[in-house]
Structures are given as C-alpha cells and as structure tokens.
Design a protein around this ligand. Structure first.
Ligand code: CAA
Length: 282
C-alpha cells in the first residue's frame, strides 16, 4: 500500500493524513469544504513545526511530509487510484452510509475501506457496500501523531486478509494496533466513556468540583488529563453521542448519559471547540 485517501479534514482527519504522510505514504486529503482543507494544512504545518522544535523530526522530513499531501474537494477523483481509504467525516450515521456507498462505487475493487468512527457499527457501514470483507474500523486516538494506539475493528464480514493488512500497515506508522470485535463502543469508548460519565455524575451530585475531580484522577491514577478536561478535549457532543450508542446498543441504564452532560451540550457548551465546557477556553 502506497496511496491513501483520508476523508474529512477536521481534527482526526488532519492528524491521520499527517501521520501517513510522515511515514512516506502519498495522501489525498478530501473535504467538500475548501476552507477546511486550508485550515487542515495550516494545522499539520504547525504540528510538524512542533515536532521539529522538539527534535523529533528534521526540517527535511517536515517538508517531505507536506509534499506527500494533496488536497481534493472531489470524492471520486480523490479515491479512484488509492489502495486504502480512511473515512474521518463527522460522526453522523446517514453521512457515513452515503460516503461508503459512494466509495464502493468509486474506489478500485481491491481497495480497503476503513472508518475512523468512534462508535458507529462497522457491520452496518459494511452492509451498504458490496465488499463487506474489505470494510474495517481503523480508530485512531487524538492527537493522532502522538497517540500509539490504533483500535482495529473487525465487522461481522471483515476478512482475515483485510485485518492482517490493516494491522501491518498500522505498525508501519509506528503505532500499536489492537484487534477488537464490532460491538457498541468497541473497547476504547466502552471503557473510557463510562469513566467520563461517572466523573460528570460526581460533579453533578456535588461530591467535588471540576479541578478536584481532575486532580484526583491525574495525580492519583497517573492519567495525563483528568476526565473532565479529557471530555472537553474530545468534545462534549461526541461524548454524549457515544454514550447514547452504548445506552441504546446494550439497553442498559448504566450507560445513560448524565443529565448535566445533556444540558451542557443542549446549551452549546461542547468543550474546547466551542470555547467552553467544564473549563473556559475563551
Ligand atoms: N501533533 C504532533 N505532536 C503533538 C501534538 C500534535 N497534534 N500534540 C502534542 N504533541 C506532542 C508535543 O510536541 C509533545 O512532544 P514531546 O513528547 O516530544 O515533548 C507531546 O506531544 C506532549 O505534548 P505537550 O508537551 O504539548 O503537552 P502534554 O504533555 O500536556 O501532552 C497530550 C498533551 C499528548 C494531549 C496529553 O495531555 C495526553 O496524552 N492527553 C490524553 C489524550 C487522550 O486520552 N487521547 C485519547 C482521547 S479519546 C479518542 O481520541 C478517541 C475517541 O473515540 C473519543
């Protein structure tokens, strides 16, 4: 595999494009919004400069990485010559199903179609294509250039060959792939989101304040961020959507989102991206 397409140039999409390009892959970064593509290249450049300043990469590798990325606004021309597509569009099921129907039509028959979804069923996405054996989850963590994990999610029809290719490819990106099966929240979010939800309940019930809860988990459990800071970083709307997938998928009240989280999202407080969540970023 040499040629990759990444769909969606938001936080995850630009991090995924950055990582593939840094490891020598030719990347077509696709977004319908040309301004978003401009912002993505600016973000990738800033993050590469950060890596150069830390001595993690050279100026030459930074330049090479940027020259490995081409931006596209047309889905068909962006995907028709690639070996792997990683979809990192908005977490909206209708949108993802539409994209995968188009990908099945436009991509080479042997191309692997991967989704970076954090919680939508890979089996359901695969079912709208005629190549369910080549559809898989490739779930990167934010910030993608830094985090070592790739959660590799096998849908019901995903073949051993596809899984093996994606496991090997992830290792070539200097990541640690972990193979999991397709059930709500997979592994990462099935464990992470109940912890975040419990931290929000702890705040809601007045057991402790935001700083106190985060300090307990940072200093007591050696987490790099406290759960409320992490929720702001992920996006409170994303946390709520994932909890709803867990709640509906398992039908178990233990996953019911805390009313405080629901209220904050309804009021537009989505964390870093909106300027305010549990912390103020304005
Ligand atoms: N691109 C490239 N490098 C970056 C970067 C980026 N976007 N962001 C940070 N870095 C680098 C920094 O240059 C620095 O490098 P060195 O180690 O070489 O010094 C390193 O990462 C640490 O960054 P900082 O010193 O700026 O800040 P920090 O020490 O506070 O670390 C953090 C920042 C890596 C984000 C850390 O706080 C952390 O690990 N937080 C938890 C992240 C996490 O849990 N992510 C998963 C979220 S869940 C998810 O993504 C999936 C989902 O489905 C919801």
């Amino acid at each position: 595999m040499k040629n990759i397409a990444v769909i969606g140039s938001g936080t995850m999409g630009n991090g995924i494009a950055h990582t593939f390009a840094q490891f020598g892959y030719q990347v077509n970064l696709i977004d319908i919004n040309i301004d978003a593509l401009g912002r993505a290249i600016a973000t990738i450049t800033k993050n590469l400069e950060r890596q150069v300043a830390k001595g993690a990469i050279t100026e030459e590798l930074k330049a090479q990485t940027l020259s490995n990325i081409t931006t596209h606004t047309n889905l068909q021309s962006g995907v028709e010559d690639v070996d792997l597509i990683v979809e990192a569009a908005t977490e909206n099921i209708e949108l993802k199903l539409k994209i995968f129907k188009d990908l099945d039509q436009f991509a080479k028959p042997e191309a692997i179609l991967a989704s970076n979804t954090s919680s939508i069923s890979i089996t359901q996405i695969a079912a709208v294509t005629n190549r369910g054996d080549k559809v898989i989850g490739m779930h990167f963590m934010n910030p993608v250039p830094v985090m070592k994990l790739v959660e590799v999610i096998r849908g019901y029809a995903t073949s051993n060959e596809t899984t093996q290719s994606v496991m090997e490819l992830s290792q070539k990106l200097d990541k640690m792939p972990v193979e999991v099966n397709d059930y709500p929240g997979f592994v990462a979010n099935r464990i992470l989101m109940p912890m975040i939800n419990e931290a929000i309940y702890t705040l809601y019930e007045g057991v402790a304040g935001v700083q106190e809860i985060d300090t307990v988990m940072k200093l007591g459990m050696a987490h790099p961020m406290g759960p409320l800071q992490l929720a702001d970083f992920i996006g409170l709307d994303v946390c709520l959507a994932i909890l709803n997938v867990l709640y509906q998928g398992f039908g178990n009240p233990k996953y019911a989102p805390c009313p405080l989280l629901v209220n904050m999202v309804t009021a537009g407080k989505k964390g870093i991206k909106s300027g305010e969540g549990f912390y103020d970023y304005s």
